[in-house]
Design a protein around this ligand. Structure first.
Ligand SMILES: Nc1ncnc2c1ncn2[C@@H]1O[C@H](COP(=O)(O)OP(=O)(O)OP(=O)(O)O)[C@@H](O)[C@H]1O
Length: 285
C-alpha cells in the first residue's frame, strides 16, 4: 500500500555510519539588528546536537522555544548568526548542493506553488528534485493515494484544508526518497486516521535506513515513535538523548512542563497575574 520506490543510490550511501545524519555546532540565531535600545531576539543560542543515522528524533519545546528556527538553520533555509550545520557530513552553507539534496523538508509554511493542482505541484517538486516526469507523476499518485487526498488531485492546493496542505507538504518531502526527513510539526491539523498512516510511514522509513527529525507538541507522538528526543527552552538545548533515558521513568510532558516553569520562575521578577476576572460571565465586566 505504501510507495515502494527504492531510495536512489548515490555517492552518499558510502557515508560512514558514525557520521551523524544531521549535526549542528553552536548554532545561534539572533533576529533583528542589535541597537542601543534593542538587543535583537535571541531565538536559538549555541545549540550543538548530533542526530544519529537511523534515528527518529523528536524536538520539543514550548511556543517560541526555537524549534522552527533551529530546524530552518539546520537545513539551510535560514542563515545562522553563528555556528554551523552539517547534513551527512556536508556543510549546509559551504557545500549547499551536496547537503540539501539529501533532505526532504516539511517546513513551517508553503512548500509549493499553491495555485497549481495538487498532482501538478507534486510533479514540479519531483522534477526539481531530479526525477523524470513519469516517475514524479507515478510517485505523486502513490503518495496522494496513501495520504487520502487523491480525490483532490485536480484541485488547486490553495483550496486544500490545513490538514490536506500538511499531507501534500509531506508528500513533497518524500517524493525524491531522501535519506533524511526534517518535518516541522508533521501531524498538526492532520486527522487521526491519516496520523496513523503517517506514523507508520515514518517508522518504516527509519526501519529501512532513513533518518527523521520532527518537531511536535504531541508528547504522546514523541513517546510512542521517537527513538530520541531533544528539549529546547528559550533557544537553549536543555537535554537530548534516547527517549527512555530522557524520560527516566516519568513522562515527557511533566519534564517539559517542569523545565518551562522553572525557567519562567528564574526569569520572572514578579508573579504572573491570575485570571480571577474570568468567572464564567458572573462577575463585574
Ligand atoms: N522572523 C522573525 N523575526 C523576529 N523574531 C522571530 C522570527 N521568527 C521567530 N522569531 C522569534 O524567535 C523565537 C523562536 O521562534 P520559533 O518559531 O523558532 O519557535 P518554535 O519553538 O518553533 O515555536 P512554536 O512551537 O510556537 O512553533 C520566538 O521568540 C519568536 O518570536
Amino acid at each position: 500500500m505504501y510507495p515502494d520506490h527504492p531510495r536512489t543510490p548515490d555517492a552518499s550511501d558510502a557515508t560512514p555510519a558514525a557520521v551523524p545524519a544531521l549535526e549542528t555546532r553552536e548554532l545561534t540565531k539572533v533576529y533583528g539588528t542589535a541597537t542601543a535600545m534593542y538587543d535583537g531576539q535571541v531565538a536559538v543560542s549555541g545549540v550543538s546536537l548530533a542526530i544519529p543515522r537511523g534515528s527518529l528524533y523528536g524536538l520539543v519545546g514550548a511556543n517560541g522555544a526555537g524549534k522552527t528556527t533551529w530546524l530552518s538553520m539546520a537545513t539551510g533555509l535560514l542563515r545562522p548568526s553563528h555556528g554551523s550545520a552539517f547534513l551527512d557530513g556536508h556543510d549546509v552553507w559551504a557545500d549547499p548542493v551536496a547537503a540539501r539534496g539529501r533532505v526532504g523538508l516539511l517546513p513551517d509554511g508553503p512548500t509549493m506553488s499553491e495555485a497549481l493542482p495538487g498532482h501538478v505541484a507534486l510533479r514540479h517538486v519531483g522534477v526539481l528534485q531530479g526525477l523524470a516526469t513519469d516517475v514524479a507523476d507515478a510517485r505523486a499518485a502513490d503518495l496522494m493515494a496513501v495520504f487520502d487526498i487523491a480525490g483532490s488531485a485536480d484541485k488547486p492546493v490553495s483550496s486544500y484544508s490545513a490538514g490536506m496542505k500538511k499531507k501534500i507538504g509531506l508528500a513533497a518531502a518524500l517524493i525524491h526518497s531522501p535519506r533524511l526527513l526534517v518535518l516541522d510539526e508533521p501531524l498538526e491539523a492532520v486527522d487521526p486516521v491519516s496520523a496513523v498512516t503517517i506514523r507508520e510511514i515514518l517508522q518504516r522509513f527509519t526501519a529501512t535506513g532513513g533518518t527523521v527529525v520532527l518537531s511536535s507538541h504531541s508528547m504522546t507522538l514523541i513517546e510512542q515513535i521517537c527513538t530520541h528526543v531533544a528539549i529546547l527552552d528559550k533557544g537553549r538545548l536543555v537535554t537530548a538523548g534516547e527517549t527512555a533515558a530522557v524520560r527516566a521513568g516519568t513522562s515527557l510532558e511533566s519534564i517539559l512542563v517542569d523545565t518551562v516553569n522553572k525557567s519562567a520562575a528564574d526569569g520572572a521578577d514578579t508573579a504572573a497575574p491570575g485570571l480571577d476576572w474570568l468567572d464564567g460571565g458572573n462577575g463585574v465586566r
